[in-house]
Write a protein that binds this ligand. Structure first.
Ligand code: ZN
Ligand code: ZN
Length: 375
């Protein structure tokens, strides 16, 4: 495949400023970064091509050579060497832009966990959970929650290398002499445990970054906005990929699990997507019937007609006034349960009227048993 002109690759003019080149590259790198396009060889090639172009055009000397002599002028800048060289500039290009998470893997972490000293294994960063609490009424529509938490990101002062020079070289750990273990003895026994200085690796960075002490990681406050879809069930985890801790030695970021806890409402009980609410009514209201304005969670009211003669505990279903379905469209139903409240105290007038009412109804003096099946 013929090599494309570097300016063409980045889509900038021949006289583009350094800033324009940087911006163009940043855009291409984000679009085509392998982390965002796993398994996509074409995207990886575009990423490499753009990185190579940027590596030359961002360096005035190389850019002059390229302008004058073409690829021949920058022969040894291309290929794998140029590719990796440009990686070191990433923190500069992407600092402050919120791109740290996307570019975590190429900074390379400086963790402790590997067993070998030469080719250190990369580990995925830790995933963790963050709990958010929402009210039932919050999830009638889409709900956004801003959360702030601390996580590990590649150290900003050493670009995650763990080394103050940016080129980590490793020496035998003086505490364990490279074994990775130290022996602890007491009067009765001795035991081995991982060396605290090198974390069991046997080697330590000989010029540790003063900020991260060679770990290559630092804690950083992260703010994100979580979108919670309507109708989410209590205890559901929303998984935000790559928002956990940075991996070590270029390993991928862990994930953030946002657990959504739906607080119980004082009046509304949820069962799947249906809602239940109780409304107290008096004996006379039950006997005469009435229309009730039932308050809904969203602050509106729903007029519900109670037929005359409704019995205690009867439910009226209001279709489509329950919680929204988390998947698909529409809502569950609202069930209004009417509870018959008997007055505990009567004033003289009420008592007289009640007595009169009882006589008018021809109530027997001594009620008889009723079957449990009767209502
Ligand atoms: Zn050690
Ligand atoms: Zn550092």
């Amino acid at each position: 495949m013929a090599k494309r002109d570097y300016y063409e690759v980045l889509g900038v003019a021949k006289n583009a400023t350094a800033d324009e080149i940087k911006k163009a590259y940043r855009k291409l790198a984000i679009e085509n970064h392998p982390d965002r396009n796993p398994g996509d060889k074409a995207a990886e090639e575009r990423f490499k091509e753009a990185t190579e172009a940027y590596e030359v055009l961002s360096d005035q000397t190389k850019r002059d050579a390229y302008d004058n002599y073409g690829f021949a002028g920058v022969n040894n800048a291309g290929g794998a060497q140029g590719y990796s060289a440009a990686y070191r500039d990433f923190s500069d290009i992407f600092s402050g832009g919120g791109f740290e998470d996307i570019f975590s893997s190429i900074f390379g972490g400086g963790g402790f966990r590997s067993q070998q000293s030469s080719s250190r294994a990369s580990n995925q960063g830790q995933s963790f959970r963050y709990n958010v609490e929402v009210e039932l009424k919050d999830i009638l529509t889409e709900c956004k929650k801003d959360i702030t938490y601390n996580r590990q990101v590649p150290c900003e002062s050493c670009n995650g290398t763990g080394s103050s020079s940016g080129k980590p070289s490793r020496k035998i750990c003086p505490q364990c002499n490279g074994t990775g273990y130290v022996r602890q003895s007491s009067a009765f026994f001795s035991m081995q445990r991982p060396c605290p200085q090198c974390g069991g690796e046997g080697r330590i960075i000989d010029d540790p970054c003063p900020k991260c002490h060679g770990s290559g990681l630092m804690r950083k406050q992260q703010k994100i906005r979580v979108n919670i879809r309507p109708g989410i069930q209590d205890g559901t985890d929303i998984i935000l990929q790559g928002m956990g801790n940075a991996g070590t030695n270029g390993g991928p970021y862990g994930d953030l699990y946002v657990r959504v806890n739906v607080r119980q409402d004082k009046f509304y009980v949820r069962q799947n997507d249906d809602l239940f609410v109780q409304i107290p009514i008096s004996v006379t209201q039950a006997a005469l019937g009435l229309s009730v304005n039932v308050p809904l969670l969203d602050g509106t009211t729903e007029k519900v007609e109670i037929p005359a003669g409704i019995q205690d505990g009867k439910m009226v279903r209001v279709k489509g006034k329950g919680m929204p379905h988390y998947r698909g469209y529409g809502n569950g139903d609202l069930y209004v349960k009417f509870r018959l409240m008997v007055p505990k105290r009567l004033n003289a007038k009420a008592k007289a009227l009640m007595t009169e009412l009882s006589q008018a109804l021809g109530e027997e003096e001594s009620p008889r048993p009723m079957s449990f099946e009767e209502d």
